[in-house]
Write a protein that binds this ligand. Structure first.
Ligand code: ADP
Ligand code: ZN
Ligand code: ZN
Length: 733
């Protein structure tokens, strides 16, 4: 009798054997099909890995599967391979890795088919006279149906004010009927473009030629200063592949997926461009996924998880803003979609382009080592000139709500010239914290090693790490004084100050608090694009993907944040953010200026960034990392643990270290650091610790991780903590 060996979404790193369901056609048992099985007290959806001839599970423990859900595997072989590879590489349980590579509805065991969208219409011989005068609502509904002879969905009926509960009555009277509408899956077009492409400059031309000349797999790093026309390179390279009938996949950062970005692709291509954004329902996601798998969707734009979108005719993959950390999933299945894209390109033998103005130090290293072909765009496209930088030394200057007087002067002069000003401050809320003027007490979070942020609208204290909130105290917790003062400035406070300073100009704040409502961002952008002088103040939500042609002054209020971070990537992040923000200045015909307020105007990193640019900074940073034996010169993995009592997590990790120390089979060249308490030890009421493993030899590191994890899985102490492993971590917290 054959046994089904399944990958099942669970924390356990092993496969599970089942008996085939009763009345099962053995021809349907193709690896990759989904199988519904009992698992503990639940029913779950697993993926068939193999049909085995024998099993080690004793016969009385062996359960029967409930049903085989598919006649063919939903994931094509290449995606199955990618997800298995990723599970293995990131040391994540295979069942969960495979499950996460599937759209949510397929994880839940729903059929792998299109939403056969149910529509309603009036029957051909429906006569309104059949309805009595008293049935006013039914009459209305029937009229509505008659206005839509090609069918209308229940959602649309409700939106029109119709009562869907009455559809049944109309059906009984043979006045209405429902039918199934299949999306049009055969979209052919001889003319793939809507608009004529721009004439490329020489650098762009060289980049497009290099990419389109690729046969098979090749990774590229496309490094182009902001405004150099990287997107135009993407568009023209994509054109080459879609003309051959192939598909393109474009991954963008979470907050980079703006309507503006999508609009550029839709304006260019007369082909189905489909977007996987977070507002889609699970049903809509499955439909896009299926259309990609069947080759109907020709250009697919999505965030991190879109890396698992199957393509019938894969042509090329782009990672836009490749340095962005949102490509790395930070919990559960901790994969990096950028790195998986390169692996996928290798499996599917297609080019992969990583585009950015500010490459991650890892990518720069890969380009320097020749692993990625390096393409550079050093000029801004069109007539746009690069912005000029000014370091504004604020050491002796008084700051009013985060603003120095020379900066206020400059803001004024730009507004008076009729242009727009963008002010960047990476702290939302009114003030980073509240302090007692008499004793120095600070409003700390009770569940985290962190201060609570003061918010004005509504008035409360808010921890940005664990989300806990409490009323603002009237007297000091410690000494009873009433002299409580906000310390420092957040976007709310600076917004207020700017409104007072410039009452005649609109001040528009863009941060998580002002953009929560649906379409809020779109409204803000519409206002800005009217082009009238205004002040934009916001967090990094302003930094990415947006195009502000009328902004001529960009001010960075606290350029030093991140300079002294506990994370060795703090400096890299700061530099990338500064240049991203700076790139918003002077993108059209107006020259731009960037003013950076700093307390460290002579810090070598800041000065080299400003005077020599990102490339010089990054090379310096890379050589420091190499000499300090940090990634990317070393491969790195991190065990994290957390527990509700101090010391427990650290004790658990110390046990791991003992295993490392005692392992006589220990691969050569694996080093460890820790365990140490995490830089923010307490968060959301849990005490956290970490243990870092490093090696120059990737294989040795993985071998060691594998054996440690097996040991942990059989250790009962492991249940007393929450632990996880993070391969190639992007942050050290
Ligand atoms: P990036 O993505 O590198 O920041 P974009 O692709 O957004 O740059 O291009 C910046 C601006 O330059 C856009 O308005 C774009 O239309 C324009 N542009 C790009 N390439 C050209 C070109 N070859 N000629 C004229 N304008 C161009
Ligand atoms: Zn006090
Ligand atoms: Zn907190």
């Amino acid at each position: 009798m054959p046994y089904l060996r399944l990958a099942i979404p669970s924390p356990l790193r092993r496969l599970f054997d089942y008996l085939p369901p009763q009345a099962c056609d053995s021809a349907a048992l193709i690896p990759g099909v989904r199988v519904q099985v009992p698992f503990g007290r639940r029913e779950v959806t697993g993926v068939l890995i193999e049909v085995a001839e024998s099993t080690e599970v004793p016969p009385d423990k062996l359960k029967s599967a409930i049903a085989v859900l598919d006649t063919a595997p939903p994931m094509p072989g290449s995606i199955l391979k990618l997800a298995r590879w990723a599970g293995n590489y990131y040391q994540h349980p295979l069942g969960d890795a495979l499950s996460q590579a599937l759209p949510v509805l397929l994880r839940k065991g729903e059929p792998c088919e299109y939403a056969h969208q149910h529509l309603w219409r009036a029957t051909a011989d429906a006569d309104i006279a059949q309805l009595g005068k008293t049935a006013a609502r039914q009459r209305e509904l029937l009229l509505l149906l008659q206005e839509h002879p090609r069918g209308i969905s229940e959602d649309a009926i409700r939106a029109e004010g119709g009562q869907t509960s009455l559809l049944k009555k109309l059906t009984e009277k043979n006045l209405a009927e429902s039918f199934i509408h299949k999306p049009n899956t055969d979209h052919h077009s001889d003319q793939p473009l809507h608009e004529v492409p721009l004439t490329l400059n020489k650098e762009q031309q060289q980049a497009v030629s290099a990419i389109t000349a690729t046969k098979g797999f090749k990774p590229f790093l496309l490094q182009g200063v902001t405004g150099s026309g990287k997107t135009e390179v993407y568009l023209q390279a994509i054109e080459h592949f879609v003309r051959q009938g192939k598909q393109a996949l474009i991954l963008v950062p979470e907050i980079g997926l703006t309507p503006q970005t999508v609009a550029r692709f839709k304006a260019r291509f007369n082909l189905p461009v489909m977007v996987l954004h977070s507002n889609l329902t699970d049903r809509q996601r499955l439909d896009v996924w299926l259309q990609a798998r069947e080759g109907v969707a020709r250009i697919i734009i999505g965030t991190r998880s879109a890396i698992f979108t199957p393509l019938l005719n894969p042509g090329i993959i782009f990672i836009d803003e490749e340095h962005d950390t949102s490509f790395k999933q930070q919990d559960g299945f901790r994969y990096n979609a950028r790195d998986l894209a390169v692996m996928r390109g290798n499996f599917e033998q297609i080019p992969v382009v990583l585009g950015t103005a500010t490459p991650a130090i890892e990518s720069l290293y890969n380009a320097q080592q020749g692993r990625y072909q390096w393409l550079k765009l050093n000029q801004r496209a069109g007539n746009a000139l690069p912005p000029t930088f000014e370091l504004l030394d604020i050491r002796q200057l008084p700051l009013a709500d985060g603003l120095s007087t020379p900066l206020i002067q400059q803001i004024k002069s730009h507004l008076q010239q009729g242009t727009q000003v963008l002010i960047f401050l990476n702290r939302r809320g009114f003030a980073p914290t509240l302090m007692c003027h008499d004793c120095g007490w600070l409003a700390d979070c009770r569940r985290c090693d962190a201060h609570m942020t003061l918010h004005r609208k509504p008035y409360h204290l808010h921890c940005h790490h664990c989300d806990s909130q409490r009323p603002v105290p009237v007297i000091c917790d410690h000494c009873g004084s009433t002299e409580l003062k906000p310390v420092g400035a957040g976007t709310e406070r600076t917004e207020e100050a700017l409104q007072k300073l410039f009452p005649e100009f609109p001040v528009i704040r863009v941060d998580r608090d002002t953009t929560q409502r649906k379409n809020a961002m779109q409204h803000i952008m519409d206002r800005v694009h009217q082009g009238l002088p205004c002040i934009l103040i916001g967090t990094q939500m302003l930094a990415k993907g947006h195009h502000f042609p009328k902004v001529t002054l960009v001010a960075i209020l606290n350029a030093d944040s991140g300079l002294f971070s506990a994370d060795f990537r703090g400096m890299e992040r700061t530099a990338q953010l500064i240049l991203q923000v700076a790139g918003r200045a002077g993108r059209a015909d107006h020259p731009g200026k960037v003013v950076m307020q700093t307390h460290h105007a002579d810090h070598p990193t800041i000065t080299s960034l400003v005077s020599e640019g990102y490339q010089a900074f990054a090379e310096q940073e890379l050589s420091q990392r190499i000499s300090a034996q940090l990634p990317p010169s070393m491969h790195c993995a991190m065990f994290r643990a957390e527990a509700s009592h101090q010391g427990v997590a650290e004790r658990f990790l110390r046990k791991l270290r003992t295993l490392l120390e005692e392992d006589i089979l220990q691969p050569q060249g694996v080093q460890w650091i820790g365990p140490l308490p995490s830089p923010m030890e307490k968060r959301a009421g849990l005490f956290r610790a970490q243990l870092v493993l490093q090696s120059r030899d990737r294989k040795a590191l993985h071998q060691q991780l594998h054996s440690l994890i097996s040991a942990v899985e059989s250790d009962p102490d492991a249940r007393k903590v929450r632990w996880s492993v993070d391969v190639d971590p992007v942050d050290m917290f």
